[in-house]
Ligand binder design. Structure first.
Ligand SMILES: O=c1[nH]c(=O)n([C@H]2C[C@H](O)[C@@H](COP(=O)(O)O)O2)cc1CO
Ligand SMILES: [Zn+2]
Length: 161
């Protein structure tokens, strides 16, 4: 008997890794965000990344951050967390856990709360000073959704595709 492998990735590394891999599909030139929803018994239920809704071409809709709101991405892009929630067609997300590479905004917080997701594990909190993220935390706190920052383990995961 040789015993089991010791250097396998942890659940947190696995799910945050899947969230980040999903974010790599994003066409957003500035922020690529990925999300992964997991059941309480560690089964992946859904994934998402930030992008335009189906039928709204990445080549025709704007990726600009500034200018006339009508011509910026902000009016059109679906956030990774909302995409992950909407991509789930299997039933209830009650009690599920969300891994996401960027702290959810207030609009995503509403969807997270209403979907019954109870835990958020996030990586970057680069917009923590904005009203959107402050309002998000206010709602998550009021609704009893737990959130904590992912602890980097320092492990580099890479592979050829
Ligand atoms: O929680 C989020 N999830 C998410 O998918 N996004 C997306 C929307 C945009 O495509 C991008 C943010 O763009 P920017 O960093 O250039 O403002 O990230 C943005 C947030 C904001 O917190
Ligand atoms: Zn959002």
């Amino acid at each position: 008997m040789t015993g089991k492998r010791k250097d396998y990735i942890s659940w947190d590394e696995y799910f945050m890794g899947v969230a980040k891999l999903s974010g790599m599909r994003s066409k957003d030139p500035n922020s690529q965000v990925g999300a992964c929803i997991v059941s309480s018994d560690n089964k992946i239920l859904s994934m998402g990344y930030n992008g335009f809704p189906s039928g709204c071409s990445d080549d025709e809709f704007p990726w600009e951050r500034e200018g006339e709101p009508y011509n910026t991405k902000y009016l059109y892009v679906t956030h990774s967390e909302l995409n992950a929630i909407l991509n789930y067609r299997g039933g209830s997300l009650e009690g599920a856990k969300l891994y996401v590479s960027l702290f959810p905004c207030n609009e995503c917080a509403k969807a997270i709360i209403q979907a019954g997701i109870k835990t958020i594990v996030y990586d970057s909190d680069k917009y923590s000073d904005t009203p959107a993220v402050k309002a998000s935390k206010r709602m998550l706190d009021a609704a009893g959704v737990r959130y904590y920052q992912y602890t980097h383990t320092g492990r580099k995961i890479s592979f050829d595709v």
